[in-house]
Design a protein around this ligand. Structure first.
Ligand SMILES: [Zn+2]
Ligand SMILES: [Zn+2]
Ligand SMILES: [Zn+2]
Length: 317
């Protein structure tokens, strides 16, 4: 059986799992769809592998061999095939484009679904199907030069299109509801737009309230879970800045979110100069030396770390 046929079968089975009323099949739906997408990618690498190379491009190990003419050929070895990271490296080197951020979101949901989410229903995985739809459609059209509707078959294509449409509609209704609230900073609104329900993982977070976001109740439109602003603001803002925090830790630079010196919650967005938990701002410029106060040194006073140390020393004398 060809890799392409395996890929299309896996996606089709995943969509059948999704359509089933059996909740246990939700997890297998996410697994099958993700596996199907990776197989589509492998199919492309297989197509591009030179003849006689033992499908070098899909093998993790590729070794050079000298043939009868004395030329060096790169040959695929062993049974281990490429993983997501290998595929990404090879695609980038071959100039094949994939929306990796979207793929990463699918992969993360697939990993999280078994460990973190206690409530699951078909609505919870709408975003995964909608993301998958976009990746599958674009990859088949742009990289495989095929017609996704024909390859997948009308029935499965229609499921993907319909889910995507429903999801996009609900998501924009959620975003509108969030955007109509008053936030301490636009950044926390953006963070909530990207936030996922802690119960079911759905990205459909909305609210029926008006006015101050800090007073509002937020509702997951997939599972109905309700949370108050203070329950989710911290997590939302830290997840939103997770990548920047990782880069700051790895390469140096300002930590994007620090503990608020006024309320103690880890929700102070440094570059915005505001805590999304209590809405207060700390001093960012030292009144004694005029220097900018770095994230680690902001406090409920108005001195940098050095000056507050000096002042304490003078006072002690
Ligand atoms: Zn939920
Ligand atoms: Zn605060
Ligand atoms: Zn100072």
């Amino acid at each position: 059986m060809s890799i392409l046929k395996n890929a299309l079968d896996s996606i089709a089975i995943g969509l059948e799992d999704f359509e089933s009323s059996d909740e246990r099949r939700i997890i297998s739906s996410t697994r099958n769809i993700f596996a199907g997408i990776l197989l589509l990618f492998k199919h492309k690498l297989c197509e591009l592998s030179p003849e006689g190379s033992d499908e070098a491009l899909i093998k993790q190990q590729v070794l050079p061999e000298i043939d009868a003419t004395g030329a060096v050929n790169w040959i695929g070895k062993g049974k281990k095939t490429v993983d997501v990271k290998n595929i990404k490296d090879r695609f980038e080197s071959l100039d094949i484009s994939v929306d990796w951020k979207r793929l990463e979101r699918i992969n993360k949901y697939r990993n999280d679904i078994e460990h973190y989410y206690s409530t699951l229903n078909n609505d919870s995985i709408q975003q995964l199907i909608s993301d998958s739809f976009i990746i599958i459609r674009d990859f088949i059209a742009d990289e495989l030069k095929g017609d996704p509707k024909i390859l997948l078959g009308e029935k499965y294509w229609k499921i993907l299109v319909d889910v995507n449409e429903v999801y996009e509609k609900e998501k924009s209704a959620c975003n509108e509801a969030l955007e109509s609230l008053n936030f301490y900073s636009d950044e926390i609104c953006n963070a909530l737009i990207e936030y996922h329900c802690s119960e079911c993982g759905s990205g459909l977070l909305g609210s029926n309230d008006l006015g101050e976001a800090a007073e509002a109740t937020f509702i997951c439109r997939a599972c109905g879970n309700e949370s108050h602003y203070e329950d989710i603001a911290n997590d939302a803002v830290n997840e939103f800045y997770a990548y920047e925090a990782y880069l700051a830790h790895k390469d140096g630079g300002d930590t994007p979110v620090v503990d608020c010196p006024l309320c103690g919650h880890g929700a102070y967005i440094f570059h915005e100069g505001i805590c999304v938990s209590c809405g207060d701002s700390a001093a960012h410029e030292c009144v004694r030396c005029g220097c900018g106060i770095p994230p680690e040194e902001i406090s409920d006073g108005s001195l940098c770390g050095y000056c507050s140390h000096m002042v304490a020393k003078i006072m002690a004398e």
